[in-house]
Write a protein that binds this ligand. Structure first.
Ligand code: NDP
Length: 481
């Protein structure tokens, strides 16, 4: 049994009220640890530690901050095998994926912001003819809250924490209660890297209690949240009357537009990945696949053939392409869309069944599932399922597919496959999304703005956008004679 503890003021502590929650291994469907069910008293302790640490941390030189963040990045890399194993066991994702993507990216997040903070600058405006000079002073906000989801646990947790710390803030953070282990290990890593006590505090527990206590805390002045749209709306309603700064990275229902003139082989291989990577539990997965009708039947057959070659299996098995879904509750939610697929107007072309994995019969495994739909307005195309399910639909014209791509409440990302430059320019301009990939998927440059429009969120993370979010700009106007 693994016992997770809160990381407050550089120490591991049990929750004040001694309440605990079971932690499941989704690959086996069994409890393998316990985590604190922290209350507002634990959040208060974390806040006090952060507040105490703030004057010194915010005055630490950029070189020193950068050195400590780089050291954290380095230790994450050194401990990659252990962290990847922990992530895979906690989340159900293939170990190969955790090793290749999740943990390296967690390290890159720290390294990137360790470098970025040394290059961050602000503007100066000379009021010509008035003998005045303005400059913008960007100061850290103080104590900020970071709340992250379970799908890319350490990856998304550090994506928020690294810029917050780089900008000179102190942090109270909460990972998802479903995947707490790597966040727990991050405390040790921060201590080893010499991060001063109280600069980062990690409180574990339920969203509705621990998370809520962070959002409600009157002196935690900014909240960076990644998670579901409904939770984001709730957080906004709690934070708005206190005028907190908010960054909300929410759900998606991303369109994948495939034109007959694309590089077919490259598109096919990437579309399998953009559909089912991480069991389809990536906010950027292309879950609505629209294919130009001239190649629709060909695509359908090739896609299903490629999907049928994916191996569903135990996350630690090196042959596994699709691991376990994160929890029983999530498996049930995803399955409900399959069970109701016909009623929703869909036709299951492939998959749709739970998979019994040898020696892991109680794990939460589901076949990658392909459903053909006729109407973009159906639930399967309008609601975020966040699992290994994609829908297919043909289209005849650029106008028609653009309309369908945009006819959804979300606007996180979109992928377009075409070799027509004019079409690329027309579509990328008109698609309602924060991120558009053309002839690729999930290619990330950490300098770029990251986030969504419509119900997919408010604000942008990444690069200097994140550093701007985690600082308060102050206009200084100096008049001279
Ligand atoms: P949730 O919204 O359920 O939870 C996200 C985090 O918020 C968790 O840590 C959760 O705690 C916490 N939380 C829940 N309720 C509250 C509350 N009232 N106050 C404060 N915190 C709260 O999302 P999931 O974890 O289920 O993650 C999946 C969702 O995340 C999907 O919709 C996906 O699209 C989205 N996502 C968006 C991304 C983006 O960049 N736009 C990237 C990745 C995912 P706990 O789980 O412990 O209860």
């Amino acid at each position: 049994m693994v016992t997770i503890q809160n990381y407050i003021n550089g120490e591991y502590l049990p929750p004040v009220a001694d309440r605990w929650i079971a932690n499941y291994d989704p690959s086996m469907g069994e409890v393998y640890g316990q985590i604190p069910n922290s209350g507002s008293e634990d959040v208060e302790k974390a806040y006090q530690a952060a507040k105490e640490a703030f004057p010194s941390w915010s005055n630490t030189t950029l070189e020193e901050r950068s050195k400590i963040l780089s050291k954290i990045a380095q230790i994450i890399t050194e401990r990659l095998p252990e962290l990847a194993e922990a992530e895979s066991k906690d989340n159900g994702k293939p170990l190969s994926l955790a090793k290749a993507i999740d943990i390296p990216r967690a390290s890159s997040n720290f390294q990137f912001f360790a470098n970025a903070i040394t290059q961050f600058a602000s503007e100066a405006h000379e009021s010509v003819g008035l003998n005045a000079m303005n400059f913008t002073l960007r100061q850290p906000i103080g104590v900020v809250g970071c709340i992250s989801p379970w799908n890319l646990p350490l990856y998304l947790f550090t994506w928020k924490i690294a810029p917050a710390l780089a900008a000179g803030n102190c942090v109270v953070a909460k990972p998802s209660e479903v995947t707490p282990v790597t966040a727990y290990l991050l405390g040790e890593i921060c201590n080893e890297a010499g991060l001063p006590k109280g600069v980062l505090n990690i409180v574990h527990g339920l969203g509705t209690t621990t998370g809520q206590a962070i959002v409600e805390h009157p002196d935690i002045k900014a909240i960076s949240f990644t998670g579901g749209t409904k939770t984001g709306a709730h957080i906004a309603s709690v934070a708005a009357p206190m005028f907190k700064k908010l960054s909300l990275e929410l759900g998606g229902k991303n369109p994948n537009l495939i034109f007959a003139d694309c590089n077919y082989e490259k598109m096919l291989a990437t579309t399998v990945r953009s559909s089912f990577a991480n069991q389809g539990q990536i906010c950027l997965c292309g879950s609505r696949i629209f294919v130009e009708s001239t190649i629709y039947e060909q695509f359908k057959s090739d896609f299903i053939s490629a999907v049928s070659q994916l191996t569903v299996g135990h996350p630690f098995d090196s042959e596994t392409n699709v691991g376990a879904l994160v929890s029983k509750a999530h498996l049930e939610k995803v399955k409900s869309y399959i069970d109701n697929a016909t009623e929703y107007g869909g036709r299951i072309l492939y998959g749709g069944k739970e998979v019994l994995v040898e020696n892991a019969e109680n794990g939460y495994y589901l076949q990658p599932t392909v459903i053909e739909v006729e109407d973009n307005q159906c639930k399967l195309n309008q609601e975020e399922i966040f699992g290994p399910i994609v829908t297919l639909m043909p289209f005849d014209s650029e106008e028609e597919v653009l309309e369908m791509a945009n006819d959804v409440s979300y606007g996180l990302s979109a992928t377009i496959w075409t070799n027509n430059l004019n079409r690329t320019m027309r579509l990328t301009k008109q698609i309602q999304a924060g991120i558009v990939w053309v002839n690729t998927w999930l290619m990330r440059d950490l300098r770029t703005p990251f986030g969504g429009v419509k119900n997919s969120g408010v604000g942008r993370e990444g690069g200097f956008e994140a550093l701007r979010f985690f600082t308060e700009p102050k206009n200084i106007c100096i008049k001279y004679d």
